[in-house]
Structures are given as structure tokens and as C-alpha cells.
Design a binder for this molecule. Structure first.
Ligand SMILES: [Fe+2]
Length: 195
């Protein structure tokens, strides 16, 4: 089954200085689309072809099939990342996620600082995730390249893409500015629903 680029669940002009329409055109329309095109080419006619995206990520990781893994995991991570932001988002989480963040990090501000530091210090290209482990404890995990919580049996709750392609158009080399802007748009409802 060929995978398709998911539509963004919002307009491209609704994120102020965080991501411009041009930023989305490149990041979503070119980079994410390229991962999907490459994935479709890499799975045609082989044992991956009939699997779900999650199954492809896990199987290719186990088999150290990097051409499949990199493109499948990047498709999964990006599809997840677009849902982690929304116009009018930001602020602090509510409900269960608020309780769990306070239980596992002390305060929301402490969590925010720890997450921002993790995202800032990913060396080279990668991702920072808020994830939940098998004991239902929240943790912050950093990944290089196409790393993803799917391969660690962790449930992704929220993420930020810190590949340079994520911020170069709107923030040039200033990754910390991109991360700071992200907090104004985090979709905490989506994050809560991932628990
Ligand atoms: Fe990206």
C-alpha cells in the first residue's frame, strides 16, 4: 500500500513567527513528502509492502534495514509532529497530563526547561519526545536522525523536530528560538489524548 502525505490539520499562515507558509511548504511539502516517496519506493514488491507504518518501522529497525527504517520512521515522526501544534495552542496542559507532568517533573516549568534543554542539545539532526514508558511514567527522550519512541516500546506523547530543515527558513540557525516559539502553539489536547 502506497503511503500518502497527510494534509496539515490547519492553515499554513496561522503560526506567526514560529513557522511561515514557506516553512511549511518546505518542511511538509518537500521534506516530509520526500520521506514518503522514498518509503514507497523502498517497500514496493517486498515483505514490507503489506504492513502498517508502525509495523514497517519496527521490522526495519529489527532487521537494521536503514533505507526503509529512516524513511518510515521519519514519516511517522513528522505525521505525529504536525499534530503536536495548533493555532491558539500553547499555555499549560490540563487534566491527566498536567497531573502526570507534575508527578514526574515537579512543575510544568521544570518540565518545560528540561524538554527545551533536551531539544536544544540533540547533537545534529533529531527529535525530542515526551514519552510514556511501560510503567506509565513520563520521560523526555532525545533521538538522533530518524529515532522514534516506537522502537523503544515507548508511547509518544508530544514531540519537536530539531532537524535544521525544521527551523532554517524561519529562524536560520537559531534552534533555541524555534523551540521557544513552539511552546506558544503546543497542542496539549492532542498530547493528552496520547496518554
Ligand atoms: Fe523534519
Amino acid at each position: 500500500m502506497a503511503f500518502e502525505l497527510p494534509e496539515l490539520p490547519y492553515g499554513k499562515n496561522e503560526f506567526g513567527a514560529f513557522i511561515s507558509a514557506e516553512g511549511f511548504d518546505y518542511h511538509h511539502g518537500k521534506h516530509h513528502a520526500a520521506y514518503i516517496n522514498n518509503l514507497n519506493k523502498a517497500i514496493v514488491g517486498n515483505s514490507f509492502e503489506t504492513l502498517s507504518l508502525e509495523e514497517i518501522v519496527k521490522k526495519s529497525n529489527k532487521e537494521s534495514n536503514l533505507p526503509v527504517f529512516n524513511n518510515a520512521a521519519q514519516h511517522w515522526n513528522h505525521s505525529f509532529f504536525w499534530k503536536c501544534m495548533r493555532p491558539g495552542g500553547g499555555g499549560e496542559p490540563t487534566g491527566e497530563l498536567k497531573k502526570l507532568i507534575e508527578r514526574d517533573f515537579g512543575t510544568f516549568d521544570a518540565f518545560k526547561t528540561e524538554f527545551s534543554t533536551a531539544a536544544t542539545t540533540v547533537f545534529g539532526s533529531g527529535w525530542a519526545f515526551l514519552a510514556m514508558d511501560g510503567n506509565e511514567k513520563l520521560k523526555i527522550v532525545k533521538y538522533s536522525n530518524a529515532g522514534t519512541p516506537l522502537i523503544d516500546d515507548l508511547k509518544g506523547i508530544m514531540t519537536i523536530d530539531v532537524w535544521e530543515h525544521a527551523y532554517y527558513i524561519d529562524h536560520r540557525n537559531a534552534r533555541p528560538n524555534f523551540i521557544e516559539s513552539f511552546w506558544k502553539f503546543v497542542n496539549w489536547d492532542f498530547a493528552n489524548n496520547n496518554l
